[in-house]
Design a protein around this ligand. Structure first.
Ligand code: ZN
Length: 131
């Protein structure tokens, strides 16, 4: 599936969620519709403060997604080894968000961990269906 980009609203949601979760990691799976990432499947939160969001992502059964998203507590947005393992499991668009969680604080990687361009699209949600 060729993904054209991510909806601006969806990206803003990711950035806000990452900011509000910090210093804990925010994590979710990216879902696309008609080639546009418009939805984030958020993982159920856990109580413990040292839980690793990426590990929780990789433990999800039957992962089928356009990719994944998670936040880092600091400004470093390079994927860790665990991140790369997760990237190879599902989808081809993996966003890592870092401090300060503004519109520039994210990077998209492909399944091999190479930086790729992901367009931010202004889309209308008129025919958007709630599941
Ligand atoms: Zn990470």
């Amino acid at each position: 599936m060729q993904v054209k980009g991510i909806a601006r609203d969806t990206l803003n949601f990711i950035l806000e969620a990452s900011k509000s979760m910090a210093p804990q990691e925010f994590a979710g799976l990216l879902q696309e519709k008609d080639g546009i990432i418009t939805e984030v499947l958020i993982l159920p939160g856990t109580e413990s403060s040292d839980s690793n969001a990426v590990l929780r992502l990789s433990m999800m059964p039957n992962i089928k997604a356009a990719g994944s998203v998670h936040s880092h507590p600091g400004p470093n947005r390079s994927p860790s080894k665990a991140d790369l393992r997760l990237f190879s499991k599902t989808g081809n668009y993996h966003i890592i968000v870092g401090r300060p969680y503004d519109s520039q604080s994210w990077t998209c990687y492909n399944r091999e961990g190479k930086i790729i361009e992901l367009s931010v699209l202004d889309v209308e949600f008129e025919d958007y269906e709630e599941i």
